[in-house]
Design a protein around this ligand. Structure first.
Ligand SMILES: C[S@@+](CC[C@H](N)C(=O)[O-])C[C@H]1O[C@@H](n2cnc3c(N)ncnc32)[C@H](O)[C@@H]1O
Length: 280
């Protein structure tokens, strides 16, 4: 009778909240997107009904209306339904639409906050979004503009002094770079692109805003634009100690080596592991 919208973080199951892990273990039905890794879904009860409602590139997949209807049907039939969402369910997750659909049908909901990739991605790569003396704030925007929303005011962002974090930007990066450069942002503004953050294949590429448009990017990526993205500002001991602005990894492992682009493929995650067993 309750649909729980669960944020499950950027991918590493160690970044699940206790509440998310517990609800996954209790759920009678799990509705999830394509990007949710098997390690996270492994916390779900083996007897739970599973519904993959993800979209694969080139295949339209279920519409948002189909997903809303599925949640309403499951919520009317079962006690505990979880709708699993990457990161936090309210950050570009269409969580609000699903909650509203459930409420219209008289189904109770709970929204469980998750660790958003917009913050955890940079942190896992040693990029501090705020830094005393360098950046006193950050903003998170999407490169994928919905025609029904107000367009992002890139020129205001270019002059804001904030670190700019761009999600869903793997394809739209050239447009973002053009808009910011056109608004007067310096071409040598540092950029860090963190791909598959917190997953074993995590990779960080550093470039400059002037080169961002010609750098091929893979999804999922978080793009960080601003002085905090410079390799010199990295929080990773390996990069700081090596003094190598490209870090200790192998440039170009993911086929993104370009002039002016340095990549590190090392997994940079230092999370204290707390002993415990997954709820079952
Ligand atoms: C539809 S948005 C959902 C964001 C999610 N609700 C959150 O809070 O992280 C999907 C975008 O999140 C970013 N993203 C999600 N997981 C990521 C990861 N592990 N590494 C890098 N970027 C990620 C990418 O920009 C991707 O295109």
């Amino acid at each position: 009778m309750t649909v729980h919208l669960l944020g499950v973080g950027p991918g590493d199951p160690e970044l699940l909240t206790l509440r998310a892990a517990r609800l996954l273990g209790r759920a009678e039905a799990v509705v999830h997107d394509r990007l949710i890794g098997p390690d996270v879904l492994g916390y779900a009860s083996p007897t739970a009904e599973r519904y993959d409602v993800g979209k694969t590139p080139g295949h339209p997949g279920p519409t948002q209306r189909d997903i809303n209807e599925l949640l309403v049907q499951l919520g009317a039939r079962l006690d505990c339904v979880v709708r699993v969402k990457g990161g936090d369910p309210t950050v570009f997750g269409r969580g609000a639409e699903e909650v509203e659909a459930c409420h219209r049908a008289g189904i109770r909901t709970e929204v469980v906050p998750g660790i958003t990739s917009s913050i955890a991605g940079p942190t896992a790569a040693g990029v501090s979004l705020t830094r005393r003396g360098t950046a006193s704030g950050f903003c998170v925007v999407t490169a994928h503009q919905d025609p029904r929303s107000d367009p992002v005011k890139w020129s205001a962002l270019a002059h804001s002094g904030l670190t700019i974090v761009v999600l869903m930007g793997a394809r739209g990066a050239p447009r973002v770079a053009d808009a910011l450069l056109g608004a007067g942002m310096q071409a040598d503004t540092p950029v860090a692109v963190v791909t598959s953050a917190t997953l074993p294949e995590q990779q960080t590429c550093r470039t400059a805003l002037g080169d961002l448009g010609t750098t091929p990017l893979r999804a999922p990526s978080v793009i960080v634009i601003g002085d905090v993205a410079a390799a010199e500002a990295s929080l990773l001991a390996e990069e700081v100690l090596s003094g190598d602005p490209q870090g200790p990894g192998t440039p170009g492992v993911a086929g993104v080596a370009q002039p002016g682009v340095g990549c590190t493929g090392t997994r940079h995650l230092a999370i204290p592991h707390v002993a415990g067993t997954p709820p079952g």
